[in-house]
Every structure is written in structure tokens, then in C-alpha cells.
Ligand binder design. Structure first.
Ligand SMILES: C[S@@+](CC[C@H](N)C(=O)[O-])C[C@H]1O[C@@H](n2cnc3c(N)ncnc32)[C@H](O)[C@@H]1O
Length: 276
């Protein structure tokens, strides 16, 4: 499989725990003909890497949806841009409809464009304006063109930029570049939301299992990018609105968690930054 298939793994997790993720559409993305292998892939992942991942992925979705809802509530003319959107459903879940752009590699963007049109015409997804863009975020020229297009479309309106499930696949320099360049071109009150893995993640049992799983299943995979706090401290046009993580969200949403579950949980961190 290639890197685009990781979007099915995360969607499968949200579908299995829709009670937590609040993504009532997650299962529909996997019904596309070309995704028939998704349930089997999800099973292998749960067995070989982490059976608790469904909960973590679903809490992550719920966390970002909460912040997107707050943004859309505050800014009636706001714009939502989802980088490496995969098969997430935010434009269809957000309480107040928001103009949306979804960016991913062509293999995902093309299927998502077709499938969302099908699901909207069947009345399964609500009617929403979503533009699907094929961009390779590892390529500086494509990123620059994308940022220029976002700036032109937003035309001074606040933008909520989400980077979920992508910082560990991009070079750290590119993540920093995207966030900094977005800060330079976006209006005040714009938001950057992302999840990331700190260097301590390498010591977790799930990290080794995930690395082994990807090295045998992914056609091109060069390891994960870990992000330390110097990146967060250096992002000057922003203030940190919230930093959280998988365990803090599990406690907040589900209450106390058993000690053995806490050690089995892979600690993903979540950041919400607001442009000053
Ligand atoms: C783990 S999935 C996350 C998808 C979605 N954000 C989610 O949380 O479910 C990683 C996503 O990053 C996309 N991706 C990986 N490398 C990319 C690149 N260089 N440019 C654009 N998208 C990329 C994949 O196609 C996939 O959709």
C-alpha cells in the first residue's frame, strides 16, 4: 500500500468508535469500490500495532471538531482548510456550514471528490461547498502555490488550517515552513491546528510496532518526523490557545482511564495556535 492508504486506517478507527469521534459519515468513505481492502487493513493494524488506536483517533477527531465548531460559530465568513484531509468528514459535521478546502495527494483527493459528490447526491452527506485539491505537501513549489491560493480565496477572512495525521510524515522544516508562511499571510484570529509526536514517542511500544508495520506494508516509507517544543516556541505570529494529548482527552471525554490502558495509549499531542 502507499501512504494514501493511511487515510483509510484513520477513517476505519473513527467509524468503529463513531460514539467518540462523532463522525457519523466515516464508514461511508470506505464503501468506495477501490477501498474494499480497508476493513482487512484495519484488522491487521489493530492486531499488529495497537488495539486502542480507534479510541485515540476518535478522540483526536472530536477535539479538532470542537475547535472547528468554535471557529465557525465565531466567524460566519471563516474558511476551513484541511491539509492531508484524507477521509475525514469535518465540512459535513461542523454545526455551522463553513466554506471548505480539502488538500491531499491525488490518490485521495480524486476519490474524495467523486465519492463526496455521490454521497451528497444520495442525500447521505449534507450539501456543502467543498473544494478538493491535489497537492503534494512535500514539494515547496506546490505548497507555495497552495498558500497563495488560500490567501486569495480567504481575502482577509480568518482561516482555520488543520494538519491532522501529517506532521510525522512531512519533514519538520516543511511543517515549520507551512505554519510560518501561513502565519505571515493570514489574518488575525486565523487558527492552525495540528497533532504531532514528541521525541519521547520513540520509547513507546506502539512506535516500534508501527514502524515495523509500515516498513512491511508501505511501498515508500522513510521513518517518522518527531517534533520537540522548540518548534512551538518559535512560531512567533501565534499564541498557543490549547495544548492537549490523547490521554488528557480520554480523561476529559470518557472519564478516568485504567492504568494499563494509559500505558498502552500512544501519546499523540494536539496543538491549537491562534494568529495574533
Ligand atoms: C494518517 S492519514 C491522515 C488523514 C486525515 N487527516 C485523518 O486524520 O484521518 C495521512 C494523510 O496524509 C496524506 N499525505 C501523506 N503525504 C502527503 C503529501 N506529501 N502531500 C499531501 N498529502 C499527504 C495521505 O494521503 C493521507 O491522506
Amino acid at each position: 500500500m502507499d501512504i494514501s492508504s493511511t487515510a483509510l486506517l484513520t477513517a476505519a478507527g473513527r467509524a468503529r468508535r463513531a460514539d467518540i469521534s462523532l463522525d457519523r459519515y466515516a464508514a461511508y468513505w470506505m464503501q468506495a469500490q477501490e477501498h474494499s481492502y480497508a476493513p482487512q487493513l484495519g484488522e491487521s493494524y489493530a492486531q499488529e500495532v495497537c488495539s486502542r488506536e480507534d479510541i485515540g483517533l476518535s478522540l483526536r477527531n472530536r477535539f479538532f471538531l470542537k475547535h472547528l465548531n468554535a471557529f465557525a460559530e465565531a466567524w460566519i465568513d471563516g474558511v476551513f482548510v484541511n491539509l492531508a484531509a484524507g477521509f475525514t468528514s469535518y465540512p459535513y459535521l461542523v454545526d455551522k456550514p463553513v466554506e471548505s478546502f480539502e488538500v491531499d495527494l491525488p490518490a485521495v483527493a480524486d476519490v474524495k471528490r467523486r465519492r463526496s459528490a455521490e454521497l451528497q447526491s444520495q442525500g447521505i452527506l449534507p450539501d456543502r461547498k467543498v473544494v478538493h485539491c491535489a497537492v503534494d505537501l512535500s514539494q515547496r513549489d506546490q505548497v507555495d502555490a497552495m498558500l497563495a491560493a488560500i490567501s486569495k480565496s480567504a481575502d482577509g477572512r480568518p482561516v482555520f488550517l488543520l494538519m491532522e495525521g501529517i506532521t510525522y510524515y512531512l519533514d519538520r522544516e516543511m511543517t515549520e515552513y507551512i505554519i510560518t508562511a501561513f502565519g505571515a499571510m493570514s489574518s488575525t484570529a486565523s487558527v492552525v491546528a495540528f497533532d504531532f509526536w514528541r521525541p519521547a514517542a520513540q520509547e513507546h511500544q506502539v512506535f516500534a510496532k508501527l514502524s515495523a508495520f509500515y516498513s512491511t506494508t508501505l511501498s515508500h516509507w522513510g521513518g517518522f518526523t518527531l517534533i520537540d517544543d522548540t518548534l512551538l516556541r518559535g512560531l512567533s505570529p501565534y499564541q498557543i490557545e490549547e495544548l492537549s494529548d490523547a490521554i488528557a482527552q480520554e480523561v476529559e471525554v470518557l472519564g478516568e482511564i485504567p492504568e494499563e490502558a494509559a500505558t498502552a495509549t500512544f501519546l499523540e499531542h494536539y496543538a491549537i495556535l491562534v494568529r495574533r
